[in-house]
Design a protein around this ligand. Structure first.
Ligand code: KIV
Length: 266
């Protein structure tokens, strides 16, 4: 696979072709993903839950993120675009955001992901001036679980949907390079994806987003307890095992069969 860049993703969006993203935290899985044609790999701070065993993403540090980003970058070999998460509270003060993002880029990330909304505008502009593209994660932002009072669908109702849309449009104009949109009604995912120029990667945001992302452990059915509505297990029944599951995910997203209505919110 040729190196995927932000312009590759913008071209895919312009052509209406869906692209894929999966989370990875190590070299072996990143290698398998790049081999399977996954365009973007997210070193998610979900590693706090699925790798470190915490009950939220809040304990994850920049040092943790840098360690896993470096491993992912080595396994990927400059094929998929590597996005690394800015962890909890790392973007509240501008100087922390700039220094944390620099650490992740030097560890091998090509884009940093920040959870939040309009309050990130100045930060993403400063990062862009410094040569760092930002992916803004909106909707259900797990680092704010204590503000939301749980992992709940966001952007429901006209006022909340309009607010989310207006913030996305302003951040797009301010230079956001990508968006992740988590757990919003399908109609909201569609409107935002159509209204911003940056590619939008959905997770529980319906089939109209430009790309889709899942947490690796979820799509392999390794989630303890009941998985979220948007999760599909691609491993069960796949004769080719883990590589086969990743390839099945790629072809389901590209072929438009995932997410299906049962994975979406109204
Ligand atoms: O940390 C993560 O894995 C994420 C995805 C849920 C999008 O942010």
């Amino acid at each position: 696979m040729k190196s995927v860049t932000l312009s590759t993703l913008r071209d895919l969006k312009a052509r209406g072709e869906k692209f894929t993203c999966l989370t990875s935290y190590d070299a072996t899985f990143s290698h398998l993903m790049a081999e399977a044609g996954v365009e973007t790999i997210l070193v998610g701070d979900s590693l706090g839950m699925v790798v470190q065993g915490h009950d939220s993403t809040l304990p994850v540090s920049i040092a943790d993120m840098a360690y896993h980003t470096a491993a992912v970058a080595r396994g990927n070999g400059r094929r998929a675009l590597v996005i690394a998460d800015m962890p909890f509270m790392s973007c509240v003060r501008l100087e922390d955001a700039l220094s944390g993002a620099k650490t992740l880029m030097q560890a091998g990330a090509q884009v940093v992901k920040l959870e939040g909304g309009l309050w990130l505008k100045e930060t993403i502009q400063h990062l862009a001036h410094g040569g760092i593209p930002s992916c803004v994660h909106m909707g259900l932002t797990p680092q704010s679980v204590n503000v939301f009072g749980g992992y709940k669908v966001q952007g429901r109702g006209e006022e909340a949907a309009e607010r989310l849309l207006a913030e996305a449009i302003e951040l797009d104009r301010a230079g956001a390079a990508l968006f992740v949109l988590e757990c919003v009604p399908t109609a909201v995912g569609k409107r935002i994806s159509e209204s911003v120029s940056a590619p939008v990667i959905g997770i529980g945001a319906g089939p109209h987003c430009d790309g889709q992302v899942l947490v690796l452990h979820d799509m392999l059915g390794m989630h303890p307890g009941k998985p979220a509505r948007f999760v599909k297990n691609f491993l069960t029944g796949n004769a080719e095992g883990i590589s086969g599951a990743i390839k099945a995910y790629v072809s389901a997203v590209k072929g438009g069969t995932y997410p299906a209505p049962e994975h979406c919110f109204e």
